[in-house]
Design a protein around this ligand. Structure first.
Ligand code: MG
Length: 300
């Protein structure tokens, strides 16, 4: 099993199934991202950003196009009502797809200026929507439309669907990317992926304490990724972080100690837990989507 797992800490073994394979579920895409498990339909949605599509994979192996002209959709998640939330580079917006298929823009500007290009999104149990806004989707014409940033930074935002208020919760990132809450939602983990275009930026996941008013503390570097840089991440029920890196998904405990890695044949962008028991890990990696069964489950 050495070619599948790189075990750095004995605790990693307890999170794995030793008799499973990493399975390629779909291929032939350009750059896959934004995996989200949809319990109501028992299927996985994922984005292919340059092809401007959102796909739907079902456990019988079929892959269909859920949405064409997706606006260079990137990160996806579900809100508390099971509606799809999508970060769209092309429209520089966060959208919500209602159960009847209506697509509504939740946020596309802050203080009167367009957002950069929302990248990844997560929903807290109180219904608030948290997303990152790096510039990847406006740096060229491959994953969006080239444009000059108008925001004064690359921020992390909180959107309140009750009041429709949009608030900056974290500043100072070179390029904020994936994000996930700890199981008790007292900590928000945010990936810093700025190393993609600036070698001086550390490849870190930062941890921010969440206060009772949904504000964030100062933040601290929790872990440094090697090789590659962190893009997407998820947290399991035990509080471990599962983080995309160049050639693998890396697993860390909540103090930032590396437990081990699942080696993946293509560069990994993102991942999510899913399946009927939330014990499958779905991994978007360049042209493909992979799946593997674990002995742990999603925190959410
Ligand atoms: Mg991302």
């Amino acid at each position: 099993m050495t070619e599948l797992y790189d075990i750095r800490d004995d605790r990693f073994r307890a999170l794995l199934q030793m008799n499973v394979a990493l399975t390629r579920l779909s291929s032939g895409h350009m750059w896959t991202e934004g995996p989200v498990w949809v319990p109501a339909h028992q299927c996985l949605y994922f984005s292919d950003i340059p092809n401007q599509r959102i796909h739907r994979w079902t456990p019988d192996g079929s892959v269909t196009v859920l949405r064409e002209s997706s606006g260079f959709a990137n990160g996806n998640t579900l809100d508390r009502q099971g509606r799809l939330l999508t970060c769209q580079h092309g429209t520089r917006s966060l959208t919500r797809t209602d159960h009847d298929g209506t697509i509504e823009t939740l946020a596309d500007s802050f203080e009167g200026k367009p957002l950069n290009s929302p990248n990844d999104v997560v929903v807290k149990r109180d219904g608030t929507v948290w997303f990152t806004d790096p510039t990847y989707g406006i740096m060229g014409n491959y994953e969006g439309n080239r444009a000059t940033p108008e925001q004064d930074g690359r921020h992390v935002f909180r959107y309140d669907p009750e009041t429709r208020a949009l608030t900056v919760v974290a500043r100072g990132f070179a390029q904020p990317n994936g994000l996930a809450f700890s199981p008790d939602e007292r900590v928000l983990y945010i990936a810093e992926s700025g190393r993609s275009h600036d070698a001086s930026v550390p490849a870190v996941v930062r941890a921010f304490d969440v206060d009772d008013d949904n504000g964030l503390g100062a933040g601290r570097d929790l872990l440094t990724l090697e090789p590659g840089l962190p893009d997407g991440l998820r947290v399991d029920v035990h509080g471990n972080l599962w983080v995309s890196s160049a050639d693998s998904v890396q697993c860390f405990d909540n103090t930032g100690t590396l437990l081990g890695r699942i080696l993946v044949p293509e560069v990994v962008s993102n991942l999510t837990f899913g399946g009927p028991r939330k014990t499958q890990l779905f991994i978007t990696a360049t042209t493909s989507v992979y799946g593997i069964h674990l002995n742990t489950e999603s925190a959410v």
